[in-house]
Write a protein that binds this ligand. Structure first.
Ligand code: FNR
Length: 361
């Protein structure tokens, strides 16, 4: 097949959102772009970045400037990783493998979803950049252990335990579209598991289900901590009390996230929740953030408020759908270039120079 062309007018992440209309079905777009319920949180993730204003600084001299950082002993050339997104073969025939090629070309870290549509071992074999695995606690510990053993054997370098989605959320945009996940994009790393629970009349629809009855608690986190020496990041933290409790369980990092506004509608934008979590963690472990990052200036704002790095979700999926690995690499290249530009214009030579003083308050 001919290589996909990246049209010359694609110069920003949002341009891929537009371009992807030509490459994805309506239903797949509703799945990818939609959020929970009325999408208040989804919209606020971006609006909150727009509300924050930058404070420029001139004549600072930029000799020796760079964007390097290290996390858990791993070196990153710039503080942007690819967030875990499930079922990527729903938008590109090679799915996560194509994403990985783009990330590796750009030296960017990638977090592979538990619900990836490519075998986790095949991805690890092809990686040339830090590769982390996003874990969901499965309904029984034996299944979680078996998955963890595969992840460790394959050489993944960190675990991202997602804790904000024990239930899927009210995803009305997706429901209205009638989207059905194609068979080619199933979660190949999971065995079939329990069949969906259908409540009988009068029965509680969710509290009555085995899935919710088996929802993990803090004890499962302690159990996981004892199972592995890999760094564990807890993803989906907004509440500072949860961050504090997580530290007590020995987590190595926190990802402030509302799951891209896809689970509980009405929670704050992740960037608005960041300062509270930063205060609670008080430098004990690195904090990452995702949700609504579309510009290098958004990355800069997140770092100014105390994140060490950020992750992006939907933008690279739009690029994957539109242009495969080259599109994913292009998204990372644009974000990196924009971040460097914003750093130079706000007088920051390295990531260590970025703090609250670059925000207009
Ligand atoms: C996600 N996200 C997600 N998170 C996770 O921990 N495991 C997963 O399998 C998925 N799957 C998933 C699918 C789709 C279609 C989307 C859009 C998102 C959430 C993701 O990791 C991240 O938190 C958000 O996408 C970040 O917000 P932005 O960058 O999309 O605004």
């Amino acid at each position: 097949p001919p290589l996909p062309r990246i049209p010359a007018h694609v110069v920003a992440l949002d341009d891929y959102a537009d371009l992807s209309r030509e490459h994805m079905s309506e239903g797949a777009r509703a799945w990818l772009d939609g959020g929970a319920a009325d999408e208040l949180t989804l919209k606020d993730n971006r609006a909150a970045f727009a509300r924050l204003k930058l404070k420029p600084r001139v004549l600072q001299g930029m000799h020796g400037g760079h964007t390097e950082l290290s996390l858990f002993g791993q070196r990153f050339a710039y503080p942007v990783l690819l967030a875990p997104v499930a079922h990527q073969r729903a938008v590109h025939p090679d799915g996560e493998l194509a994403t990985l090629l783009g990330a590796s070309a750009m030296g960017a870290g990638m977090v592979v979803s538990t619900q990836a549509s490519v075998a986790l071992e095949d991805l690890a074999q092809a990686a040339h950049a830090p590769l982390w695995f996003q874990l969901y606690m499965l309904a029984d510990r034996a299944r979680t252990s078996a998955l963890l053993a595969r992840v460790e054997a394959a050489g993944y370098q960190a675990l991202v335990l997602t804790v904000d989605a024990p239930v899927t959320g009210v995803r009305n945009r997706e429901q209205r579209s009638g989207f059905v996940m194609p068979d080619t994009a199933t979660a190949v790393n999971l065995d079939a598991g329990a069949p969906a629970h259908i409540a009988r009349p009068g029965e509680s629809p969710l509290f009555g289900s085995p899935l919710v009855a088996a929802a993990p608690g803090w004890r499962e986190l302690e159990w996981l901590r004892a199972q592995t020496r890999l760094p564990i990041l807890l993803k989906g933290i907004l509440n500072p009390d949860d961050a504090a409790q997580a530290l007590g369980c020995g987590v190595d990092g926190i990802i402030v996230s509302n799951h891209g506004g896809r689970v509980l509608d009405g929670v704050p934008a992740s960037i608005d929740a960041l300062p509270g979590v930063v205060r609670a963690v008080d430098g004990a472990v690195p904090i990452l953030l995702d949700g609504g990052i579309r510009r290098g200036t958004d990355v800069l704002k997140a770092l100014a408020l105390g994140a060490q790095a950020v992750l992006v979700g939907r933008p690279y999926m739009h690029a994957l759908a539109s242009a495969g690995p080259a599109g994913v690499a292009h998204v990372l290249h644009m974000l990196r270039t924009e971040l460097e530009m914003a750093m130079i214009l706000s007088g920051c030579r390295t990531l260590a120079d970025i703090d609250q003083r670059i925000l207009w308050q």
